[in-house]
Design a protein around this ligand. Structure first.
Ligand code: GLA
Length: 765
């Protein structure tokens, strides 16, 4: 995928005006699991520390339990070199980050790194502001797999989303799959389309009140979580010493219920058996990593005694529960109807004692000891599917329903009045307050979802919200920002074959006061009692090359797509693979052959018919050029690379440290190119791709011209003419200096003044 993405983005001349990258990069399909240096080591890190954590994780059972990432946090970096490339602390990381990545990879693990969208990190190390593209390319060249992107050192007038979009675009161009972890300390709605995970809270501390507060602050946006994109309540503190074993167990339970990233923050080399047992509880981890990716929400209680429930799988029958007791001994009762199940029998299992507790009818009651948490799974009866006809949502049992204050109001506004939008009252519908999530089982039976959405008239001109609709986790509607008093919007969405409908309301970014959001007249059209398969995928296109790259439109209700191939446009088509994302790269090709493709949607409830076919020619495979070098020749930069067998021409692309690659020249016959169109002082990165008249290879590893600049000096009549590629010209009457800047030195510089002896040098900052 990385190669494809890289090539495609070159073609699109990507400008980071928005950020729909991370959600489609195919990474973090379950919440990332790993370790990070910050909580325990802060700045006391070194390659020895990082390697010892990788050694521990690979052998102590954590890797086997699913932990993957070894993430270096702040303080690994000290400066930038004269080319702008970020430099690792030479004392602490003498072998460099590339060698460290190789080591971590050799342990079957992945390496994460840390930077910041401002000019400096939270510990005053260099940030990535103005170096986004160079840093992303550098991380990729080192073999980095994960980037945590922090929020300190912001220049005046800085805008977090613009910076974070830029890094997303830079990572997309880096040619390497890199998980993107935003760390801006609180949630903003744009993050859900940008990061694979995004911090929703302030920094955690090693106390249960902090863990509990972060879990609570992380839960309003639960409806946004799903494969590839996760709310992040910060890292684990388990084993760091500030909480009891029971409290650490509670943190782990809350994080697993919340589909949170499981990033351990302790010293993995000397932890207690209790700590390791918590971190590797396979039943709790299975909840965290549940492939449906739904986040749990608090369904009852207060800050002291909380009941949380998380839907598991796609059947609406299984839930994970957390019963959290921060107070004295207490009896908890869970009512099945309160966790999205029907009354009747349900089986209960305890995930910390690993015991089946039995079958219970309608409710389950247990004692939860003071300061402890019980974690359960409950398997019972799913809500009834919608009957044939026009079905108001308020007549269905929700799988879950939460709202920013109180309970979701049925057939009333959040303020308890008749639902009213722009003067028109509605008898039916839901009244909620941002943030809110409500989910229903459609079971593939409905064909349309219809509603009128807006801020209820009772809020007057106050209130600002954003309505979103998800079909099996795929966003199929986003209202954009809607303000009180503004015209409402009418929704009529195709939900054919959709199993799970989720209605979400984001706060408009100004706090949730007066955010009274109406899903007025919300209803389903159900024409059949038999589930439909998802819609047939549309817009299938196949791009010639090697691989042949297929893309098509995502289908609501499709959990996967069958990719089918034939050597004839009319088939028969045989399935060659199953894709999760609506894209596929076919590498099993014979050069010169034509291939035809068709795709079908596979839902929980069946498979669609095949799409319209698309065909493409397979080309000879081309490897990217290697050994690219860039060096100055006067003010020009000369690029050289090793010719690629089978290539008939080359394409050169150029980026600066903070702007994306754009094609500089194509159709270049030789394995060399001279860039004579440079802005003095700019540092450019170059990459080259090979072409063979049929397709283009991926781009090479980047190269940039060293700024160890050569100063050209020559005489012309009575003048001295100086030429240099970039930097500030300085002069002195002594070779040893002192040198001072020549203020009017522009390229080339001509000195016509008569003087006995003059020395020049160029200074590059
Ligand atoms: C911020 C982040 C923390 C950590 C530190 C490092 O506070 O939120 O998680 O990365 O910076 O300086």
């Amino acid at each position: 995928m990385s190669i494809l993405r890289f090539t495609a983005l070159f073609a699109a001349a990507l400008v980071p005006l928005d950020c729909a990258w991370a959600v489609t990069n195919g990474l973090a399909l379950t919440p990332p699991m790993g370790w990070n240096s910050w909580n325990h080591f802060q700045c006391n890190i070194s390659e020895t520390v990082i390697k010892s954590m990788a050694d521990a994780m690979a052998t102590n059972g954590m890797r086997a339990a699913g932990y993957q990432f070894i993430n270096i946090d702040d303080c690994w970096q000290t400066s930038r070199d004269s080319n702008g490339v970020i430099v690792a602390d030479p004392q602490k990381f003498p072998s460099g980050i590339k060698a460290l990545a190789d080591y971590v990879h050799s342990k079957g693990l992945k390496l994460g790194i840390y930077s910041d969208h401002g000019t400096g990190t939270c510990q005053g190390r260099p940030g990535s502001y103005g170096y986004e593209y160079l840093d992303a390319l550098t991380y990729a060249a080192w073999g980095v797999d994960y980037l945590k992107y922090d929020n300190c050192g912001l220049p005046p007038g800085d805008s977090t989303n613009v910076d974070d979009f830029k890094m997303a675009a830079a990572l997309a161009q880096s040619g390497r799959p890199i998980v993107y972890s935003l760390c801006d300390w609180s949630f903003s709605p744009w993050m859900a389309d940008c990061g694979n995970l995004w911090r929703t809270t302030a920094d955690i501390t090693d106390s249960f009140s902090s863990a509990e507060a972060n879990a609570s602050a992380n839960s309003p946006m639960a409806f946004l979580a799903g494969p590839g994109h996760w709310n992040d309540p910060d890292m684990l503190e388990i084993g760091n010493g500030g909480m009891t074993t029971a409290q650490y167990q509670s943190q782990f339970t809350l994080w697993c219920i919340s589909a949170a990233p499981l990033i351990a923050g302790n010293n993995l080399t000397n932890m207690s058996p209790q700590t390791l047992a918590i971190l590797t509880n396979s039943e709790a981890i299975a909840v965290d990593q549940d492939s449906a990716g739904e986040q749990g929400v608090q369904v009852a209680g207060n800050l002291i005694r909380q009941t949380w429930a998380r839907p598991l799988g796609t059947g609406f029958t299984a839930k994970a529960l957390a019963l959290v007791n921060a107070g004295g001994n207490s009896s908890f009762t869970v009512n099945w109807t309160n966790i999205g199940l029907q009354p009747g029998p349900a089986t209960v299992r305890d995930l910390w004692t690993h015991a089946n507790l039995g079958t219970f009818t309608n409710t389950f009651t247990t004692n939860v000891a003071a300061g402890t948490t019980v974690m359960l799974t409950v398997v019972g009866t799913a809500p009834n599917p919608p009957p044939v006809g026009t079905v108001y949502l308020t007549d269905l049992q929700a799988a879950y329903a939460y709202t920013g204050s109180g309970a979701v109001a049925l057939n009333k506004s959040a303020g308890g009045n008749a639902l009213t939008l722009n003067g028109v009252p509605y008898a039916r519908g839901l009244g909620v307050n941002a943030y809110s999530g409500v989910e229903y089982r459609l079971a593939g039976l409905a064909s349309r979802f219809q509603a009128q959405v807006g801020v209820d008239d009772e809020a007057g001109a106050a209130g600002s919200v954003d309505f979103q609709v998800f079909a099996d986790g795929l966003k199929i509607f986003d209202s954009g920002l809607m303000l009180g008093g503004a015209p409402h919007q009418s929704i009529d969405l195709d939900v054919t074959g959709v199993n799970r409908l989720t209605l979400g309301v984001n706060d408009g970014g100004d706090g949730n006061a007066s955010d009274h959001a109406d899903w007025a007249d919300a209803k389903l059209i159900v024409n059949s009692a038999t589930p439909s398969a998802p819609l047939i995928p549309g817009d299938l296109s196949a791009a010639q090359g090697n691989p042949i790259v297929l893309t098509w439109s995502a289908v609501p209700g499709a959990a996967a797509y069958n990719v089918k191939r034939s050597d004839s446009a009319t088939g028969p088509f045989a399935t060659i693979s199953t894709a999760i994302l609506p894209a596929y790269a076919d590498t099993d090709l014979l050069a010169g052959a034509a291939y035809y493709y068709s795709v079908s949607s596979v839902g929980k409830l069946g498979e669609s018919s095949n799409s319209t076919a698309a065909g493409a020619l397979a080309c000879a495979a081309l490897t990217p050029p290697t050994a690219l070098t860039a060096s100055f020749s006067g003010t020009n930069v000369v690029l050289n690379w090793i010719p690629v067998p089978g290539a008939t021409s080359y394409t050169v692309a150029r980026a600066t440290s903070s702007t994306p690659y754009a094609t500089l020249a194509s159709g270049i016959a030789a394995a060399a190119f001279t860039d004579s169109n440079r802005t003095p002082g700019a540092i450019y990165d170059y990459a080259v791709a090979a072409n063979n008249g049929c397709s283009q290879s991926a781009f090479s590893t980047y190269a940039f011209a060293s700024t160890n600049v050569t100063l050209g000096v020559w005489r012309a009549g009575g003048s001295v003419i100086l030429n240099w590629p970039l930097g500030t010209l300085q002069a002195s009457t002594n070779a040893a200096g002192p040198y001072t800047n020549i203020l009017d030195a522009t390229l080339p510089y001509t000195n016509t003044a008569a003087m006995p002896q003059q020395f020049y040098r160029v200074r590059v900052k």
